[in-house]
Ligand binder design. Structure first.
Ligand code: MRU
Length: 357
């Protein structure tokens, strides 16, 4: 991006120290927490201090390095087995966003494919690989911003759900990247942010980051999406993704699939932003995606002064849902824009360097 509209990265790594923006404190406080052990990282991922599929992947890669650098032995076999165990542990923090296992596997399998003369050398390689994953994500977001902007026109009204912005990635965001880019170029978008119950990523995070960047953003409750569409205020819907299956079904924050169905009804294009690190060709369809279930307290207690449901009430709190591929107008990746049929075109995308299909 020519000019940085929002110069915030949720993950800071310098002088061998790792700091994460604690997103549970937003929008009230901008606090960075030092992450010194794999347990710190597991806790940060599980409690959504760091969140958003790409940011989770980048953070976990650094988390693995932070853990492995304190390994005391000199035997390479012991070190490799330590890395594997730590990667499995970190991977257990959240199940749906594939970027977590993608980043950890990339490091664990990359280590096994190489021959290191010493543990010290292997540690340096892990650090370099984590930095590479971080830098690649920034570059991918910039590319998705350009591709995504080519689908939008000045003055458009845009609806988004959850937060797939700067703080959900290494920087710039996936589906918010074109909005920042358009903002720099005077596109004058009107963005509508769903609050995104129950953890309020839309209200606490999307509204916060767009507002901070000077983008025109209007916060709405999730159940108002149909009304703003009916009012004719929405020209496009943009959302992120946590895992896209090989057939183009995409898991994203709970509520996304409902927005997609509404968009189709109102004839509004629905764009899903999916870096290739979020495409899981080993998962055939959305039915095979493991959807995280979280505690019921998040629904009735977390943001209230007192519980907003009778004590002991049963709850069901899936954190994600799957948008069927038929509702997705186009998938925007860092390699280009993909259109249906996704089962054919995602395969082509994964094999190509740059495409528009
Ligand atoms: O539970 P979260 O806040 O981690 O969920 C985040 C989302 O659903 C995002 O839309 C997705 O991870 C894409 S982030 C670029």
């Amino acid at each position: 991006m020519d000019k940085k509209v929002l110069d915030i990265s949720p993950i800071r790594f310098s002088d061998d120290e790792l700091w994460l923006l604690d997103q549970t404190k937003l929008p009230g406080e901008e606090v960075y927490i030092k992450t010194e052990t794999k347990e710190d990282m597991w806790d940060a991922i599980y409690h959504l201090k760091v969140r958003g599929a790409p940011a989770i992947g980048v953070a976990a890669a650094y988390g693995l390095y932070i853990d492995c650098k304190s390994y005391a032995g000199n035997d390479i076999e012991g070190f490799l087995s330590h890395v594997k165990t730590s990667a499995e542990y970190l991977n257990s923090a959240r199940p749906t966003a594939v970027n977590l296992s993608w980043a950890l596997n990339r490091i664990a399998s990359g280590l096994e494919d190489r021959k290191f003369a010493s543990v010290a050398e292997a540690k340096e390689w892990i650090k370099a690989e984590a930095v590479k994953i971080h830098e690649e994500d920034v570059a991918a977001c910039i590319k998705m911003g350009e591709y995504g902007l080519s689908l939008l026109k000045p003055g458009m009204g845009i609806l988004t759900h959850c937060n797939a912005g700067t703080i959900a990635t290494a920087k710039y965001g996936t589906c918010l990247a074109p909005i920042y880019l358009g903002h720099e170029r005077g596109y004058d978008f009107k963005v509508y942010a769903d609050e995104t119950r129950p953890l309020l990523q839309g209200a606490r995070l999307t509204a916060w980051e767009l507002n901070k960047a000077g983008v025109d953003v209007t916060l709405i409750c999730d159940n108002m999406a149909s009304t703003v569409m009916k009012n004719g205020w929405i020209d496009a819907v943009v959302v992120g993704c946590d895992r896209m299956a090989a057939n183009g079904d995409g898991a994203n924050k709970i509520g996304t699939s409902g927005v997609a169905i509404l968009a189709k009804e109102y004839g509004i294009p629905f764009y899903m932003y999916v870096p290739t690190s979020t495409i899981d060709m080993n998962t055939p369809t959305g039915d095979n995606i493991h959807i995280e279930l979280r505690k019921g307290e998040e629904i009735y207690e977390m943001w209230y002064e007192k519980p907003m449901a009778p004590a002991g009430v049963k709850t069901y709190n899936p954190s994600f849902d799957v948008t069927a591929n038929e509702y997705i107008t186009a998938v925007i990746t860092e390699k280009g824009i993909v259109r249906p049929p996704y089962d054919v075109n995602l395969k082509k995308l994964m094999e190509a360097t740059e495409v528009n299909i």
